[in-house]
Design a protein around this ligand. Structure first.
Ligand code: UDX
Length: 444
């Protein structure tokens, strides 16, 4: 198959590279000259494990190209994927579809022969209809089938998710498009990944429903964690106890500082707006959005409480800034609200992140950035573990403690067992761990 991907950002790039790796002939298109020039050299603008090597090997195999020329790239394509951003529209939380529609207009004039136009971008219900309408109005002779093919990639595990998906959702109204999309995903289909063919509007809604459900699941366990703290229970055990019920499942039950990232915050808000537009309110999702916003702000109060109620003049070391490990993405990261909250109450913040510091520098002012975890701990009155990078899972705790002024450790990801931290002499605060560990002074 000849495939053109419009938009060489996160989704476009991962999709293009993986489809090339399946043996298709792929061209990734972007307006950004510098980005395309860099990609041609195999330089990747984002951090995603494994992407680098896959781009290089597919370029040298001649299956993957990069271009800024949309018309020339789209003309011979059997399938054109639209993979441009749909950010939250400033002010109202609706998904901003201007990039998607702009691509639809350009594609309309460029297609030749029967072409499938598949939307990968997360778009509200009815966007496929509008894309089809735009193409038909600009080029009435275009033989085009518009398909919805949402992605379910997790940052940091995107290649694995693409190659071993739980399912592939394809919304369409055209039998020829069904044949083409079956061919596109044949290698996965042969690996038994279920292809769910459904109507276009249904596919569009599946993406939002999936992300909102996962965001709700996280928010639910976060609220249970709060309850555990006051009721004297352990959320880790509660999560295990409910997760072993197959109807619930154990994934996405990890209590933490609130969800962030490029998808959950944006997509939950957009689903709320879609519900309002259709007069069918999404009350659970609305509440999820508000609980999560509130929670991210509440994390600084948790740290302040762990420091005895006051952080004025104190130094707080923050381990991890990105919204989750294995990414350099800082979008909606809980660390941002946390650090601002601490600074507002007079604390100095020192921070370290294995990949996110470049972006963090431009997002958060007044932070001193350290070179590693131990330097972050030097002279700190408390350490807060915000993102569970692997390198923070096996810290030399004695070394951390001896570098600190006061051994307060706030673990917003429950990485460390409370008993172990107590043994090392830390005052330890986790999430939803209402069973107090035996503290250092109580042990002696
Ligand atoms: C998500 C979806 O998983 C993916 O299918 C979709 O296509 C895009 O959005 P992503 O944003 O990359 O992927 O990250 P994910 O691993 O889902 O984590 C999202 C947020 O939830 C992170 O802030 C993470 O820390 C948080 N989270 C996740 C929890 O707090 N607890 C959990 O149990 C799981």
């Amino acid at each position: 198959m000849k495939i053109a991907i419009v938009g060489s950002g996160y989704v476009g790039l991962v999709t293009g590279v993986c489809l090339a790796d399946f043996g298709h002939e792929v061209v990734c298109i972007d307006k950004d000259d510098a980005k395309i020039a860099a990609l041609r050299e195999g330089i990747i603008p984002i951090y995603e494990p494994g992407l680098d090597a896959l781009v290089k090997s597919n370029i040298s195999a001649g299956r993957l190209r990069f271009s800024t020329d949309l018309p020339a790239s789209v003309a011979p394509a059997d399938v054109v994927f639209i993979a441009v951003g749909t950010p939250s529209r400033r002010g109202d939380g609706h998904a901003d579809l201007s990039f998607v529609y702009a691509v639809a207009r350009e594609v309309a004039g460029a297609v030749t022969g029967f072409t499938v136009v598949a939307t990968k971008s997360t778009v509200p219900v009815g966007t496929g209809d509008e894309v089809a309408h735009i193409i038909a109005s600009i080029n009435p002779d275009a033989d085009v089938a518009v398909v919805s093919n949402p992605e379910f990639l997790r940052e940091g595990a995107a290649i694995e998710d693409f190659k071993r998906p739980d399912r592939i959702v394809i919304g369409l109204e055209d039998d020829r498009a069904r044949e083409v999309m079956t061919e596109v995903y044949r290698p996965l289909y042969l690996n038994q990944a279920p292809l769910q063919f459904t109507a276009r509007r249904t596919a569009e809604l599946i993406k939002y429903a999936a992300n909102a459900f996962l965001a709700m699941k996280i928010t639910f366990i976060n609220e249970i964690a709060d309850l555990c703290e006051v009721a004297g229970a352990d959320v880790q055990e509660v999560a295990r106890g409910i997760g072993l019920d197959n109807r619930i499942g154990s994934k996405f039950l990890h209590a933490g500082p609130g969800y962030g990232g490029s998808c959950f915050p944006k997509d939950t808000q957009a689903l709320v707006k879609i519900g309002q537009d259709f007069g069918s309110p999404m009350r659970l999702v609305e509440t999820t959005v508000s609980i999560n916003d509130h929670r991210k702000r509440a994390m600084s109060r948790k740290v302040i409480a762990a420091c005895g109620g006051d952080v004025r003049g104190k130094t707080i070391g923050v381990l991890g800034l990105t919204f989750k490990p294995n990414t350099d993405d800082m979008r909606e990261a809980p660390s941002i609200d946390l650090i601002r909250g601490l600074q507002d109450r007079g604390a100095s913040v020192v921070a370290f992140d294995p990949q996110g510091m470049d972006t963090a520098r431009s997002l958060i002012e007044g932070v001193r950035f350290a070179d590693n975890a131990y330097e972050t701990a030097r002279g700190a009155d408390a350490i807060v573990l915000v993102t569970e990078w692997n390198e923070f899972r096996s810290l030399d705790l004695d070394r951390i403690k001896s570098a600190m002024i006061a051994p307060v450790f706030v673990d917003l990801r429950n990485v460390y067992p409370p008993q172990e931290m107590a043994r090392h002499g830390f005052t330890y605060v986790g999430i939803g761990r209402g069973i107090e560990p035996v503290a250092d002074d109580a042990a002696h």
